[in-house]
Design a protein around this ligand. Structure first.
Ligand code: FO1
Length: 312
């Protein structure tokens, strides 16, 4: 059994790669819910949905989030009605079905983990997709001017083009790990920290009481994949966020960040020269191609990751 900690698009692609080399039913994904947002009265779980759609072969390949073959009739109507005020976050027609279902089931008293299992079953996903918590945890971002906004307001509303001075996970102190999360992490032969945004995708999962502790306890079996290659994030604002929050936006910064939790860090061949500095941070460094540009490259990375974690 393999467990993985994942955020949205980068995490989902790592999970899909792992599924190409192990039985998908042997994989459990623990997914960030700090990005969750209530919009138009609907509970949207972007990272959970991105993982489910990706593993179910239903994700939009261009964006990585949302559904393939999506239509946008409801959004167009909402845009026309509100003059654009209420349509800043794009919810496609098919995607809306997911949010309607989730919201209805939560109102009926089901937990987020249970509802996620139901949605995953509809997409034929054999991997267990576990939200990090059934309890509300909200990633809040303080902008350089002092204003605090919700994560999606920063990420989508402001296009993550604004400077950030702090990030916090509101509610995390009293959140309980989701059903099955601690067991999966405790029993896994290897734990993979996916190349998701460290600050806003992986950190909230590790901040859930008990989760960070069990990952740290299993450190020898934990393999992280660097989301930073040659100082840059392939997608999204991870490099800028790291720098703005006082971390080095490099594989060495990632090694320092993950050293309490991960014994091994996989870095891209472009960062081979940083291997000694990664090891000086107390983390075993594995150098391999990490860009998941196609199925073969993705499978190659997954094999490297599993070899590094299971053999530890
Ligand atoms: N990302 C965007 O950049 N713009 C959007 O309008 C947008 C809508 C959206 C709807 C549903 C969903 O599941 C994800 C969506 N995302 C959108 C992606 C999301 O904001 C980010 O991928 C994550 O929260 C960061 O991991």
């Amino acid at each position: 059994m393999i467990a993985a900690v994942a955020g949205g698009v980068g995490g989902a692609r790592m999970l899909r790669a792992l599924c190409s080399v192990v039985d998908p039913a042997e994989l459990t994904a623990v997914v960030n819910t700090g990005d969750d947002v209530v919009l138009h009265g609907l509970h949207v779980s972007p990272d959970v949905d991105t993982v489910v759609y990706t593993l179910g072969g239903a994700a939009n390949p261009d964006t990585g989030w949302g559904r393939v073959g999506e239509t946008w009739e409801a959004m167009a109507e909402l845009r026309a009605l509100s003059g654009g005020r209420l349509s800043w976050f794009n919810l496609g027609d098919r995607d809306l079905g997911t949010h309607l279902y989730r919201t209805a089931r939560l109102a009926e008293g089901a937990g987020l983990g249970q509802v996620t299992a139901e949605i995953a079953a509809r997409f034929g996903v054999a991997t267990r997709v576990l939200p990090m918590s059934d309890d509300p945890v909200e990633t809040r971002v303080t902008l350089a001017g002092g204003e605090e906004v919700g994560f999606q307001e920063y990420f989508v509303g402001r296009g993550h083009q604004v400077q950030v001075s702090a990030v916090r996970f509101a509610g995390v102190e009293s959140a309980r790990a989701g059903p099955g999360v601690l067991e999966a992490l405790s029993e896994a032969d290897a734990i993979v920290i996916c190349p998701s945004n460290p600050v806003v995708s992986v950190a909230p999962v590790l901040a859930v009481p008990g989760v960070g502790e069990v990952v740290a306890r299993r450190r020898e079996r934990v393999v992280a994949v660097s989301p930073i290659i040659a100082g840059r994030a392939l997608k999204g604002p991870a490099d800028r966020l790291l720098a703005e929050l006082g971390h080095e936006p490099s594989v060495v910064g990632i090694a320092r960040l993950w050293s309490p939790w991960a014994a091994t860090l996989v870095v891209d061949v472009a960062d081979a020269g940083s291997a000694p500095a990664v090891e000086a941070a107390g983390v075993r460094c594995v150098v391999a191609p990490t860009v998941m540009s196609g199925p073969e490259e993705s499978a190659g990375l997954a094999r490297t990751v599993l070899r590094s974690g299971v053999a530890a």
